[in-house]
Ligand binder design. Structure first.
Ligand code: SF4
Length: 174
């Protein structure tokens, strides 16, 4: 133990410091999300992300929300593993025929009141893939959608703005 403490004292901190957050819009949108979530969801919004047929580009941007730079958890947004624990579904991709039933079941398993956001051009309108024997196209062709976040893929800040807009427009809880 003493040997470890001595080594810590000798070497110090070798990891790089976190980059300074120099995106004022990020802090501004984050603060608005935090305030809305405090008002509407007692400070905690749980999101279940569903990949219904994405190329994974949208997922990479969604994952970035949880990195130390964006750190969306500090604004009260958490990603959960089950739709049964979720307030919101974040759905990506054109809905592949293989995922159609799974998406419907996920929607049914999410407790009311639930919000659904279709993410990316694919989620909005089927994108490059449209409707075909293999694709149902837009998320709204399969389940009701409350908001759409456009982009291919949308940036993390676009995603945060979309979440803020969807939460702010909740008619039943206003
Ligand atoms: S919107 Fe673009 S990044 Fe997202 S799933 Fe479609 S092709 Fe991929």
């Amino acid at each position: 133990m003493l040997r470890i403490l001595g080594k810590i004292q000798r070497i110090g901190i070798v990891t790089e410091p976190l980059p300074k957050i120099d995106e004022p819009a990020l802090e501004e949108v984050g603060a608005q999300i935090k305030a809305k979530i405090g008002e509407m969801f007692s400070g905690s919004l749980a999101i279940r992300q569903v990949d219904a047929g994405s190329c994974n580009g949208c997922e990479l941007e969604i994952h970035a929300l949880n990195n130390p730079y964006y750190g969306i958890e500090r604004f009260g947004v958490h990603f959960v593993a089950s739709p049964r624990h979720a307030d919101m579904l974040l759905v990506t991709g054109p809905v592949s025929r293989h995922m159609e039933a799974a998406l419907r079941r996920t929607y049914d398993a999410t407790p009311e009141p639930k919000l659904v956001i279709a993410v990316g051009e694919c989620g909005a309108n089927g994108g490059e893939f449209g409707v075909s024997y293999a694709s149902c196209g837009a998320v709204s062709n399969v389940i009701p959608v409350d908001a759409v976040i456009r982009g291919c893929p949308p940036t993390p800040l676009d995603l945060m703005r979309g979440i803020l807009q969807a939460v702010g427009e909740l008619p039943a809880l206003k």
